[in-house]
Design a protein around this ligand. Structure first.
Ligand SMILES: C[S@@+](CC[C@H](N)C(=O)[O-])C[C@H]1O[C@@H](n2cnc3c(N)ncnc32)[C@H](O)[C@@H]1O
Length: 229
């Protein structure tokens, strides 16, 4: 294993805390991220760009729930998940026909896919977990056909007071353990990596035209739909 991949896996293991439990949480919360609103947006903005035998890429697929949902929706699909955490790849071990995973670090991915061979791509809750998303976005742009769509959903910057509203820890209590405080403030930085404008800027400089941007969860998350130019 190369040093960079090991570094990424160690960083993710710390960010996810308990890997197997986090994989289960991603399964349990899937329906919240990929709800009716998501599928209405998908039908309107992404589906028109799909071919009869669609190829769809899911960056940071986790336990592969989206791959399964896509296979149920499109019997002819080739749904490809990219992932590098072993506990996520293990949790994605029951994929139906048409689905596959590629074990790769998105910090510098070289995917075994031809230029322009992908119809659509998804990056759900993954870009904030990366030191830099430039190479991943460039690689997606290479793989997407012109007019192909990219869906991005992620945490975006919010004030600390707003971030703490969703946190159970009593941050200001004198007996709050140091480890818990440190863990919380490290996560605050990780979940506040980019603003919505930063994500748009990154997309516009990696081969995409942004079609739509929406704020979700009182501005804590951004949803962006972009088109490969
Ligand atoms: C928060 S989970 C989201 C999972 C899934 N996309 C969803 O929304 O249900 C982010 C996933 O991206 C993966 N990931 C983060 N950084 C990555 C990288 N550099 N290379 C490959 N996978 C990565 C993590 O291991 C994790 O499974």
């Amino acid at each position: 294993m190369n040093d960079r991949l090991k570094q990424t896996q160690d960083m993710l293991a710390r960010h996810h805390r308990d890997g197997a439990a986090f994989a289960q949480m991603m399964k349990d919360t899937f329906d919240g991220r990929f709800n009716e609103d998501f599928w209405a947006m998908w039908q309107q903005n992404v589906e028109p760009a799909l071919s009869d035998t669609p190829v769809i890429l899911d960056l940071g697929t986790g336990p592969g729930m989206l791959l399964k949902a896509l296979a149920a929706r499109y019997p002819q699909v080739r749904a490809i998940g990219v992932e590098c955490a072993d506990y996520m790849l293990d949790a994605a071990d029951d994929l139906p026909e048409g689905c596959e995973t590629i074990a790769a670090d998105l910090h510098d991915p070289h995917l075994p896919l031809d230029d322009g061979s992908v119809d659509a791509a998804v990056a759900s809750m993954v870009l904030h977990e990366m030191h830099q998303p430039v190479r991943a976005l460039q690689e997606v742009a290479r793989c997407l056909k012109a007019g192909g769509r990219l869906y991005v959903l992620d945490w975006v910057r919010a004030p600390l007071a707003q971030y703490l509203e969703d946190v159970e820890l009593d941050v200001f209590a004198p007996d709050t353990p140091m480890d818990a405080l440190e863990d919380l403030f490290i996560h605050f930085i990780e979940h506040n990596r980019f603003s919505s404008d930063d994500l748009v800027f990154l997309l516009e400089n990696t081969g995409f035209r942004v079609l739509e941007t929406s704020a979700l969860k009182d501005g804590r998350q951004a949803r962006i739909i972009a088109e490969k130019i």
